[in-house]
Design a binder for this molecule. Structure first.
Ligand SMILES: NC(=O)c1ccc[n+]([C@@H]2O[C@H](COP(=O)([O-])OP(=O)(O)OC[C@H]3O[C@@H](n4cnc5c(N)ncnc54)[C@H](OP(=O)(O)O)[C@@H]3O)[C@@H](O)[C@H]2O)c1
Length: 203
């Protein structure tokens, strides 16, 4: 059985998007700098078919390629699905389980990479683990991470820390409302425009 792994880019002050994020303002006001490291290197990394490759440093490319090769399924919340315009049908982790209260019928069709889950995060992760088999399930939204952490379903937290203070927006560790969750640091890698941190959740 693979792991349930979270991975997102976060500002040093803890935000994964600035204020006023939306389909026309993907990373919110002032949030674009979060992804500088994705486009400022000279090594190409293909996240998914049909989208232009990222251009990252050699150090970051190694980390991304390893993570991509381990992905067996992904879990996202509906806001990211909408903001990313459904990744044009090429999610960066497939099959892609989208947790939502309202299923977008246009994506319910033969060959769709999306499975819409309306009975909660635990159900989405359970289904994603089954689909992923020996590979990992990746979670890439703040809201879903918080619910999954509360339910004790996350094995590793990987945060790519961007050297920027955004000052507001979507906070990664808002609404946890639990007691302390102990972590063991398993990786610290400094690369141009980003610091890659990895933690194992102590259970
Ligand atoms: N920094 C990075 O690496 C990075 C990467 C990609 C995206 N982003 C940005 O990060 C932000 C992530 O947003 P977010 O974490 O606030 O939202 P999110 O997790 O993408 O979506 C939250 C939504 O999912 C649905 N949902 C969540 N839990 C549910 C449940 N238990 N049952 C049914 N539906 C549920 C609800 O939508 P409905 O009620 O409408 O169904 C909820 O409003 C976005 O701005 C995105 O663009 C950042």
């Amino acid at each position: 059985m693979g792991k349930v792994v979270f991975n997102m880019t976060m500002s040093l002050d803890g935000f994964v998007a600035g204020p006023n994020d939306g389909p026309e303002n993907g990373l919110g006001d002032g949030g674009d700098g979060l992804f500088t490291w994705y486009f400022s290197g000279d090594t190409e990394v293909l996240m998914s078919e049909g989208v232009p490759p990222l251009k990252v440093s050699k150090e970051s490319a190694e980390i991304l390629k390893e993570a991509i090769s381990n992905i067996g399924a992904g879990v996202w919340g509906r806001r990211t699905f909408d903001i990313a315009h459904a990744w044009g049908g090429n999610p960066p982790g497939s099959p892609a389980f989208i947790v939502t209260h309202h299923v977008p019928q246009e994506w319910v069709k033969e060959g769709s990479p999306f499975i819409f889950v309306t009975d909660g995060v635990e159900s989405a992760i359970r289904q994603a683990k089954k689909a992923a088999g020996d590979k990992d399930v990746v979670i890439c939204t703040a809201n879903i991470l918080q619910q999954a952490l509360k339910a004790g379903l996350v094995d590793e937290i990987h945060v790519d820390v961007a050297p920027i203070l955004i000052g507001g927006g979507v906070s990664l560790f808002d609404h946890l409302g639990t007691g302390p969750i102990n972590l063991e640091c398993i990786r610290t890698i400094q690369a141009p425009n980003v610091t890659h941190l990895g933690f194992r959740v102590v259970k």
